[in-house]
Every structure is written in structure tokens, then in C-alpha cells.
Design a protein around this ligand. Structure first.
Ligand SMILES: Cc1cc2nc3c(=O)[nH]c(=O)nc-3n(C[C@H](O)[C@H](O)[C@H](O)COP(=O)(O)OP(=O)(O)OC[C@H]3O[C@@H](n4cnc5c(N)ncnc54)[C@H](O)[C@@H]3O)c2cc1C
Length: 288
């Protein structure tokens, strides 16, 4: 399919991009890697009259440390995340997740900002960002706002972004050294979106879980932060009975659609299975 016609804009600063998007209103759309937006345009599910390409804005790229946080520019690609030494040492869950997003071809162009701004419950990064307690930096016509990932997702393709907004960066607090982590994803084949997936970050002390956070992908209209399930695990050794309770708590907040990836009940159960696996792997990696 061929997309409808559109005008192409290539700003060189965030200020210029925000000005353009604010002026164009509903007729304008930010373009990042294009690997969600262009397919939607080809299917005529999106028909923006203007594309504002963010690729020429140098300030939107790169990974830097800022105190105890890592700040990643929105136009940093999934491929860049995989190759980053600082992420590998401080936030290895991002590399593990990126390697499970689509395939190398998509990852060369697909950006972190596009993945988290898109609002598709099938995207992998949003649940990981909720798990990590990340914050999104958003520039709009009235200046910068910072929005917690846990408050950003409102429904399928509905987020806290307003017309004219550009998501400029993702700020992630670095978990303590020696933390355990895992992203477990069930997919039908390489390059597929998740049937269900679970992100876990935890710390241990004396063999017991000292802190835990859990995110779930593609088992509701939005990514999910499984707060109650994680609380259940704190103080435990991840013994079978406690894990069972946590899995039940996580499954209880899911509301997946029945689709080509399976009936809703199956996808809920797979979220539980992914969570059990992620907890086991995270515990095996934790030092504390
Ligand atoms: C074959 C295939 C398989 C895929 N499999 C997976 C998968 O397994 N897991 C997964 O997570 N993703 C998958 N994807 C999607 C891919 O990761 C996309 O690249 C990603 O979802 C969007 O990033 P992008 O940079 O391409 O954004 P774009 O497609 O350019 O934009 C997506 C949306 O976000 C908006 N947007 C983008 N950047 C910004 C910004 N900085 N500020 C405000 N709004 C912005 C755009 O206006 C648009 O609405 C797949 C894609 C393909 C083609």
C-alpha cells in the first residue's frame, strides 16, 4: 500500500519542531524512526498531512549520566541501546529488552522515543520504563513537563502527550549495583510483538527480596505496572507459594484482547508464566 500524500518538514532544533507541530495542530505528526508510523500510513490508519521529521535534531540523540540517572535522547535507536557500554553496566535490562524488539533492520531506525511515545500496548519499552520508574521529558508550546512513565499511558494509542508535544528524553534512575533483572517475552516468531511479556528488577539482602518492581507488556490496553504483585514478593526468598501469590496478583490486573496471538485467558496465563521466568532469572542475577 502507498501512503496518502503529505508535506515533509525537517527542523534542526526542538524549539523549531515544537513550533511547527503546535502550528500544524492535528494536521501534523512527529516522525522518528518511522517503523510504527509509516506502516500505519501505508494502511491508511494514519493520514497526517504533514510529517515533522525529528532526525535532523542533534540534541535528541545520545545517552548520558546525570547524577544517579541515565538520560537517553528520544532519537536514540534501539541499535544504539544494544551497543552502549554505560547501559550494559548500569541498566542491562535495556539491552536485554532491545534485543527482543523486532529484528536488526527495525532496530537500526526504530527509536526509544518512538517506542515509548507510540502508545501501542505491544511495544516492549513502555512496561520496562514503568518497571524502572522512568520519567519522560516532554517539550510543548508552554515549556517542558516531566511525566512519570507510570502515569503516561491512558489507553491504546492514548498517552499524556498533547498536540504539539515532542518527547525529548527518557530519564531512568539507575537501580542499585548488584540488582537482578530480566525481560521475558513470549512471541510466535522472531520479530513478533509479545503474546505476553514481563519485566522484573529486584534487589536482595541476605537471600531475601529487598525491593521488586514488575512491568507487563501487551496484556491490556496499556502497559501495566504490577505494584501489588511486586509488594507480595518483598521479604521472601521467592519460594513457590509466594511466587504463586504474586503471579495471581499480576494476572488479576491483566485484560488482554483475544486476537491472533491467542484467546484472552491464554494470554493472561502466559503473562504469569513470563513473570515466573523473569523472577527466577532476576534472582539468579542478583548479588546481595
Ligand atoms: C516488522 C516490525 C516488527 C516490530 N516488532 C516490534 C516489537 O517486537 N516490539 C516493539 O516494541 N516494537 C516493534 N516494532 C515497532 C518498532 O519498535 C518501532 O520502531 C517503534 O514502535 C516506534 O519507533 P519509531 O522511532 O519507529 O517511531 P515512529 O514510527 O516514527 O513514531 C511512532 C509514533 O510515535 C510518535 N513519536 C515518535 N517519536 C516521538 C517523539 N520524540 N515525540 C513525540 N511523538 C513521537 C509519532 O508521531 C508516531 O505517532 C516493530 C516494527 C516493525 C515494522
Amino acid at each position: 500500500m502507498i501512503p496518502g500524500s503529505f508535506a515533509y518538514h525537517r527542523p534542526t532544533s526542538v524549539k523549531e519542531a515544537v513550533g511547527l507541530l503546535a502550528r500544524l495542530g492535528d494536521d501534523g505528526r512527529a516522525l522518528a524512526g518511522g517503523h510504527s508510523l509509516i506502516p500505519m500510513m501505508k494502511l491508511r490508519l494514519a493520514t497526517p498531512a504533514n510529517l515533522v521529521d525529528l532526525a535532523g535534531i542533534a540534541e535528541l540523540k545520545g545517552i548520558r549520566s546525570d547524577g544517579n540517572d541515565i538520560v537517553i535522547g528520544a532519537m536514540t535507536t534501539q541499535h544504539d541501546l544494544i551497543g552502549s557500554d554505560v547501559l550494559q553496566s548500569k541498566l542491562p535490562i535495556l539491552r536485554e529488552t532491545s534485543l527482543q524488539v523486532a529484528d536488526p533492520q527495525v532496530r537500526y531506525l526504530g527509536t526509544l522515543g518512538g517506542n515509548v511515545a507510540n502508545g501501542d500496548p505491544g511495544n516492549d519499552m513502555p512496561a520496562v520504563m514503568m518497571c524502572l520508574g522512568a520519567t519522560y521529558h516532554v517539550m510543548g508550546k508552554n515549556g517542558e513537563r516531566r511525566i512519570a512513565a507510570r502515569e503516561f499511558y491512558q489507553g491504546a494509542y492514548f498517552t499524556a502527550l498533547e498536540t504539539g508535544d515532542v518527547l525529548t528524553a527518557v530519564r531512568i534512575p539507575v537501580p542499585p549495583a548488584g540488582h537482578g533483572y530480566a525481560y521475558e517475552k513470549l512471541k510466535r516468531k522472531i520479530g513478533d510483538y509479545a503474546t505476553a511479556a514481563a519485566a522484573v528488577v529486584l534487589t536482595t539482602s541476605g537471600g531475601k527480596v529487598a525491593s521488586c518492581s514488575i512491568g507487563l507488556t501487551n496484556v491490556a490496553e496499556t502497559p501495566l505496572w504490577a505494584e501489588q504483585a511486586a509488594k507480595t514478593l518483598v521479604g521472601s526468598t521467592l519460594d513457590a507459594a509466594t511466587v504463586k501469590k504474586a503471579v495471581a496478583a499480576a494476572e488479576a490486573i491483566t485484560a488482554p484482547a483475544s486476537d491472533a496471538r491467542g484467546p484472552a485467558q491464554y494470554r493472561t496465563k502466559m503473562a504469569g508464566v513470563m513473570l515466573s521466568r523473569a523472577l527466577k532469572t532476576a534472582l539468579s542475577r542478583a548479588r546481595g
